[in-house]
Design a protein around this ligand. Structure first.
Ligand SMILES: C[S@@+](CC[C@H](N)C(=O)[O-])C[C@H]1O[C@@H](n2cnc3c(N)ncnc32)[C@H](O)[C@@H]1O
Length: 390
């Protein structure tokens, strides 16, 4: 095979080719010995001139090539429809109407994110190579998912490394300002145009259901780093009262609307700093039966991990001390740079500081609609645990 006829070509070092053999789709700049000046799809050859596959090419990015296809089959609308349909078929048992359909490399569609929100799709195109196929990809999303509208949330910072603008734009039909989402027995409003990520934190979906099921009936619960109340709503269905805490008053205002959507009147919304409030509540000897702790990514880079660990240890320590006997902490970290063993080590230290007997009941991850490939660590970032104090 020589690659698709007429296709632009790139050539890579043996080390670059070995990455594909070992199951990672990225080949870095330093392992690309020849490539065109323009972004697009290229046929890739190894150092001996043998065709090894087709890739998205990003001439300005450190990640220069992203494997799409190992044969010379044309990467056309049909190809995209088949890949997106296969990813969609893997999600046929999800008890929600908002979830991820394509998780980039985790679904063998590098640098592409497609999230379904009921009858609409929110898409992120995260590489210069993929940007050249934008209309084909959007067309395939519409054909496969049958959605009424496609919004491009291309305001992700990683696009800058690709030399691409950050922008939010409608790519097909119409997409409303807010979309009613059903997640198991709970409903909430997602904000596709303005909300964080693509409009909601879809990655925590199964963990929110787990937290709700663990809430003590008639007990008191805390949702710390609540955003628009996603954990609080699941906790409120089982608890007598819930305190939802976040620094963003806007997010909490939407949380209050979400509570109304479900007919809940047992959630208190408090805009405050979590570190200060947890400390103050510990001093006041407050007690909760269930706590959800879902902070933002404290470690944005590998260099920031030591500092981030101090932050995670602090909030987990306070949360453990606030638990009533038999109480449960559902805790998480979405920092890619903080890997699971370090997260568990941090919990081990926080438990030691807390003076409580802490049982590790369960290790949590991102939902199955965000598949994490063992050979592609970048596909996994969310980790968590269920801890119970005696
Ligand atoms: C990962 S998001 C939470 C997502 C949410 N649990 C969900 O499932 O939808 C982290 C949240 O922490 C909030 N936040 C960041 N720093 C904070 C602080 N120091 N105190 C309180 N909230 C903070 C942000 O506003 C954001 O809503």
């Amino acid at each position: 095979m020589n690659g698709a006829p007429g296709a632009a070509t790139a050539r890579v070092t043996p080390r670059g080719a070995e990455r594909w053999v070992r199951g990672h789709p990225w080949i870095y700049r330093t392992d690309v010995t020849a490539a065109p000046g323009e972004p697009g799809v290229v046929a890739v050859h190894d150092a001996r001139g043998r065709f090894i596959g087709q890739a998205l090419h990003s001439p300005r990015s450190e990640i220069r090539l992203r494997l799409l296809e190992r044969t010379d089959r044309p990467i056309d609308g049909r190809w995209w429809r088949e890949r997106i349909a296969a990813a969609n078929a893997r999600r046929d048992v999800i008890d929600a109407n908002a979830y991820r359909i394509v998780h980039g490399e985790g679904d063998a569609l590098p640098s592409l994110v497609v999230d379904r929100y009921d009858r609409w799709a929110v898409v992120q195109i995260l590489s210069a190579g993929l940007e050249t196929m934008r209309d084909t990809v959007v067309g395939a999303v519409v054909d496969v998912l049958g959605v009424d509208g496609v919004l491009l949330r291309n305001d992700a910072a990683v696009r800058r490394r690709e030399g691409l603008p950050e922008e939010v734009m409608l790519a097909h039909g119409a997409v409303p300002e807010r979309i009613e989402v059903r997640e198991a027995a709970i409903r909430y409003w997602a904000a596709p145009w303005t909300g964080q990520k693509t409009g909601a934190f879809l990655d925590q979906r199964p963990n929110r259901t787990i937290a709700g099921a663990l809430a003590r009936p008639g007990g008191r619960a805390l949702d710390c780093f609540s955003y628009h109340g996603s954990f609080a709503l699941h906790l409120a269905a089982h608890s007598a009262g819930v305190l939802a805490l976040d620094s963003s008053a806007d997010a909490l205002a939407r949380g209050a609307e979400n509570a109304a959507l479900n007919g809940f009147e047992n959630i208190e919304w408090r805009a405050a700093d979590a570190f200060e409030t947890l400390r103050a509540m510990e001093r006041a000897r407050e007690r909760f039966d269930t706590i959800a702790l879902d902070p933002p990514a404290f470690a944005k880079s590998r260099a920031a991990v030591p500092q981030a660990l101090r932050g995670y240890r602090e909030v987990n320590l306070r949360a453990l001390r606030l638990l009533a006997p038999g109480g449960v902490l559902v805790t998480a970290s979405c920092s890619f740079h903080l890997r699971l063993p370090d997260f568990l080590e941090m919990l081990h230290l926080a438990a030691g500081d807390s003076g409580r007997t802490v049982v590790l009941e369960r290790i949590l991850g991102q939902g199955a609609d965000h598949p994490e490939l063992l050979t592609v660590p970048e596909t996994g970032y969310l980790k968590g645990a269920v801890l119970r104090v005696r």
